[in-house]
Design a protein around this ligand. Structure first.
Ligand SMILES: [Ca+2]
Ligand SMILES: [Ca+2]
Ligand SMILES: [Ca+2]
Ligand SMILES: [Ca+2]
Length: 330
């Protein structure tokens, strides 16, 4: 973007503390650590916390393309135990509380408390837990729309319980699928996202520089499944891996690459298939959110089931949610 309005492109970086900094174009030739990001197929994802913003495709007005609706959930538990996951498979994320033994309580998203919604419905205890909540993750393993229950081991091995409606009246509980992935060595680096927009969440190893290795979910290592297909390194990384997040910013079904600053600002790279055979890399969208003050409170979720993910904050103690609806794709 042209941050200083002098007609040329300027640089946006995140410093070691994650604070957004702007480098005006006139100083980039001598600025320390500045690289020529934004070239080639991966559109700047090879840099180190650096994004070249293309002013021809992006303006500062885009930063305001979020619609704040205020308090969207009163909160039911400390934010650290809140998981935003789609428990009922209707396309919006629900408000779930994960206990220390892995037990799960869900408030179904009926539109929430703002923006004309119909609040949240407490479904109660939908899963008794498998013993250790710290290992539990949620992802859509079978691609049917609801999030399934995963126990992720220290070596990245995965055991899955398929969500068949959970332990509620009319639900059909959870079906153990057993060990669906042997793991790649370090569970602390594993995250799940839909890389290829087929509806099934894929297995991703996120490195310390934000680099990504992907294994596509082809049904996993179960009877009738077709395992996992390694795509190798699909992104070189754009900075500190601890600041990398994934969310579908443009609502096309695949998850995009975000660097979230400590103040909640967002740099985004659109997933165009990644740096794979047949992929078209990553497209830098630049600074897409100015932030709301505290990045540690930020969560991404599709609150209104329109396909793109929205920007929410959770208060640490109360779990109270505030919402900014994503208008970027509209
Ligand atoms: Ca839902
Ligand atoms: Ca599922
Ligand atoms: Ca997938
Ligand atoms: Ca996307």
């Amino acid at each position: 973007m042209d941050a200083d309005l002098d007609g040329d492109d300027d640089y946006v970086t995140l410093d070691a503390n994650g604070r957004m900094r702007l480098w005006a174009n006139r100083v980039i030739d001598t600025g320390p650590g500045v690289e020529s990001g934004g070239t080639g197929q991966n559109q700047g994802l090879g840099g180190t916390g650096l994004a070249l913003i293309d002013t021809s495709k992006y303006t500062l007005n885009d930063i305001s393309r979020w619609f704040g609706t205020g308090v969207h959930a009163q909160g039911a538990a400390a934010a650290a135990s809140v998981r935003l996951m789609d428990g009922d498979g209707d396309g919006d994320e629900d408000y779930a509380i994960l206990g220390s033994a892995g037990q799960l309580d869900i408030w179904r998203n009926d539109g929430g408390d703002s923006n004309g919604g119909n609040g949240w419905t407490n479904l109660g205890r939908v899963a008794p837990g498998t013993g250790d909540g710290s290992k539990v993750r949620f992802m859509d393993f079978d691609g049917d729309g609801d999030d399934d229950y995963v126990v992720l081991g220290s070596a990245g091995q995965m055991d899955v319980w398929r969500n068949d409606g959970g332990d509620i009246p009319g639900g059909h509980g959870w079906t153990s699928l057993g060990r669906v992935a042997a793991g790649t060595g370090d569970g602390s680096k594993v995250t799940f996202l839909d890389f290829d927009k087929d509806g099934k969440d894929d297995y991703v190893v996120l490195g310390s520089a934000g680099e990504l290795d992907v294994w596509l979910n082809d049904g996993g290592d179960i009877s009738g499944g077709h395992g996992w297909t390694s795509l190798g390194r699909v992104a070189a990384g754009a900075g500190d891996g601890s600041q990398v997040r994934f969310m579908d910013i443009d609502g096309d079904g695949d998850d995009d690459y975000i660097i979230l600053g400590t103040q909640g600002a967002m740099l985004a790279w659109r997933n165009d298939g990644g740096d794979t055979n047949g992929g078209n890399g990553w497209k830098s969208l630049g600074l897409v959110a100015a932030g709301t003050g505290d990045g540690s409170k930020v969560r991404f979720m599709d609150v209104d089931k329109d396909g793109d993910d929205d920007y929410a904050t959770l208060e640490p103690t109360s779990g109270q949610m505030r919402l900014w609806v994503n208008r970027i794709a509209h």
